[in-house]
Design a protein around this ligand. Sequence first.
Ligand code: SF4
Length: 67
Amino acid sequence: MKYTVGIDPGKCMGESICTAIVPDNFVISGSGKAVVNRRTITKEEYAPHAEAARLCPYHAITIEAQE
Ligand code: SF4
């Protein structure tokens, strides 16, 4: 199983919580918003990404299972 990760730039306020939890895949861009390095993640990577999504105060992170 693989998953697609996204960040809604309209919701992200650059709080850097996600970048602290998954620093290799969430980074703050020049605009001050978080972006995803790799949109497709494996099931082994799911747990920390889900934790970041859960803790994002603005619910900006989405994780969807791929077909
Ligand atoms: S935790 Fe949420 S608001 Fe903060 S940088 Fe990440 S996506 Fe943006």
